[in-house]
Ligand binder design. Sequence first.
Ligand SMILES: [Zn+2]
Ligand SMILES: [Zn+2]
Length: 484
Amino acid sequence: MPRPQDLAPNYDQVIESVLRDVSAPMSVLKLAQKIVAVRPSTSKDPIKAAEKKIKEAIGRQLVFIDSDTITPLRLAWQGVRFRVDLSREEVSKGFFDVANMFSHYLPEGFNLANFHLMDANGEMIKFKINTIKKNIKGIFGTSEQTFYYCHIPDWLHACKFAQKDYLLFTILDRENGMLKMEHEPSKQINTALLESRNQLLANIFYEMLESSSSERLYLSQALPTAYARLPQKDGYPPYHWVIIMSSDERMAVTGFGDITYRDGKKSMLDSLVEEFDGTKRKSLKKSVSKEQKEQVYRFKAELKHRPKIWRMIEIQGKDMLKDFNRILVDVFDHDFDHLGGFWKLVPRAPHGGAKRGVTRYREVDLGSVDPFGGGEAADVTIAELELGVGSKMKYVFDFGDWIEHVLTLEAIEASQPDAKYPREAKRNTPKYTNCVECLKKGRETTAVYICLTCTKNPDEERLLCEECVENHESKDHYVEKILY
Ligand SMILES: [Zn+2]
Ligand SMILES: [Zn+2]
């Protein structure tokens, strides 16, 4: 016997049934009201509960056109247009690889032999599907994969398809794999319009990435959302999304098939996949002019958790992060034998629910520098980091103790003829404290160490001078140098 709660439809089913009759974008509130009407809720705020479920359905049942408006997934995809060119071999033999051609344009798990093509007049285009099984080496070993090739030699021949022409696709019915296929001869291509359409779509993706809470976009959500937001979706077709993404300098597709920043953090799997298929992302290496090499970059370096302790450092464009590391270790009096790590902090657009006036940064890992001047970041020059006045970096010394510094670029100036760089230009006025042992004896001596074992609370710091540390009652106490 089914229990009553088993018979009540779940949220997915309710959203599905409500969206089935929706033929245009609608407000989130209205959808929530419809959901509550079908499925009364016991929650304190049923509308809010329904809105939460609506957010969970992004990419599966619906997408957000803006923060207040949704459209069913079916409508987001309907009418989406994209273009591809064919390789020389594909044109001469008259075929294309179905999985590549319709990557994400058909639903996940769709049988690639079961799509339909229609021409501009609404006539079905006849084609043959060839399947070939190949053993493909992947990062988890070799596996057998089936490739689907769609053969359309007669159709290509009939429309006199030439090498520089385009195939234009329009999604008519994604669930049932129905697409329109058209031919655009090269002399009809509107290059300027195409360029602007490609850029428009790329910018929509980038805006989504910038305002996302993480630094990744899931394709299943991002693609239909971007197309739903594209003005004149039925207008001049931009490139296939894969081409859009691979030709954009700002974004990359990860090993998981998600969209991320091209210079962003890579997961272990991303690196493995890249290593495997040789799709290394572009490196940061930029060309730098002679003037930029001579310029002096003035950084204020402060301890993140004690910003009153700061040093002003001047370093030239041609200097490298190993030089920067060396002077930072020096001016902050750090131990010598630990790694230092640098990150570039790049401001991001604010996230939807974020506080105003608080800048979000993403951290571009530049790598580390070891005490002997090695490490992946060692030879990166200051100039090629493309910093401007106000730019920020993060510097961490000793990944065990994690001493974090904030580096802010305060000025870029001409170098002075007699100066030697890098150099310390200025530092905070030190507020010296006295040795507590000497104070007891009525002497005022500057404390150089703090005994962390004896210091039980911040108001009673056990601060000691050089001499008193020598005579400190217990030699095995943990003392640390005080930074002024
Ligand atoms: Zn002690
Ligand atoms: Zn003392």
